[in-house]
Design a protein around this ligand. Structure first.
Ligand code: CO
Ligand code: CO
Ligand code: CO
Length: 304
């Protein structure tokens, strides 16, 4: 099957398709166990975003065996394994190489009924858009590396990134939606533009409704931004329209690269309240409505 998403989908029978995805990256937090958890939650997310059920996973490891103690790797793998267990996913193998820079991630295989597959290409004019996690993880992770984030904020950040999108995904499948994507490296605006392009629609976000970690403002104002954020801004800015002038820090938040970010769900307005209620009941407490799908301009995102 053609894929417009981060994961590939292959139809085996009329009742069964497999979803395959792979993600790995360098550490974004200091604690190895937490990094393992976050890497696994992030890798699983592309399957959840498509409404699938992840079944198996394989570890990908690049490790500087001469300069780092092997216990660091053990802790990372334990974090990953614990997150997979929480997701009900079986670790079936992996591969490791000696590399100067530590990297960890997983390839994940899941399944979905081909008719139940949710892609980023199904958004319809009139839909409401729901986002399930706050923004700002890239900026705060950069600030963590600069050593300027207090422990409480680090804990809040890591809890958010280590949270699986499994509940959001199953609620979305119960309620029935038109499109979904997970917010990761291209930031809210980059992923929203992909939804708009692939669905041949426009998107309007209500700036005041967009959730983010409050701490992120000061770090963005200090320029503690990941490199990918500036690349997103350069690449996608010509498809974003700011109806009113907005502060630069807010633009940074909207373009911020997210790790293990939330789902952006597009669904019929008559189902939006039901979805939000069910998400609350399922413990996805940060989920909010942040805008609508419009018929045009196609492939564009407006901030109102
Ligand atoms: Co991915
Ligand atoms: Co994705
Ligand atoms: Co091998």
């Amino acid at each position: 099957m053609e894929s417009l998403d981060d994961a590939g989908v292959y139809k085996l029978t009329d009742e069964l398709a497999i979803i395959q995805t792979v993600d790995f990256f360098t550490p974004i937090v200091d604690d190895p166990y937490t990094f393992g958890q976050i890497a696994a939650a992030n890798a699983l997310s592309d399957v959840y975003a498509m409404g699938g059920k992840p079944l198996t996973a394989m570890n990908l490891v690049c490790f500087p065996i001469k300069s780092l103690d092997i216990s660091v790797l053990q802790d990372i793998l334990r974090g990953g394994a614990d997150k997979l267990r929480e997701a009900g996913v079986v670790l079936v193998g992996g591969h490791s190489i000696d590399d100067a820079e530590l990297k960890y991630g997983l390839s994940v295989t899941g399944t979905v009924h081909p008719k139940r597959l949710v892609t980023n290409a199904g958004a319809k004019a009139g839909d409401k858009l729901i986002l399930t996690k706050p923004l700002g993880t890239g900026i705060i992770s950069t600030a963590v590396k600069a050593g300027v984030v207090n422990e409480e904020t680090v804990a809040k950040l890591t809890r958010c990134m280590a949270t699986l999108n499994d509940k959001a995904s199953s609620v979305m499948q119960e309620v029935g939606v038109h499109a979904c994507t997970d917010i990761t490296g291209f930031g809210l605006l980059g992923h929203a533009i992909q939804v708009a392009e692939n669905s041949q629609v426009g998107i309007e976000f209500h700036l005041a409704s967009i959730p983010y970690f409050p701490e992120v403002i000061q770090f963005a104002q200090q320029g503690l931004c990941p490199g990918g954020l500036y690349r997103n801004k350069d690449f996608y800015s010509n498809r974003v329209e700011f109806i009113n002038p907005i502060p630069e820090y807010m633009q940074y938040i909207l373009f911020d690269t997210q790790t293990s970010g939330g789902l952006l769900i597009s669904l019929s307005p008559r189902k939006a309240e039901l979805l939000l209620d069910r998400l609350q009941q399922a413990g996805v407490e940060d989920a909010v409505s942040i805008g609508e799908v419009v018929s045009k301009p196609k492939g564009m995102v407006a901030l109102i």
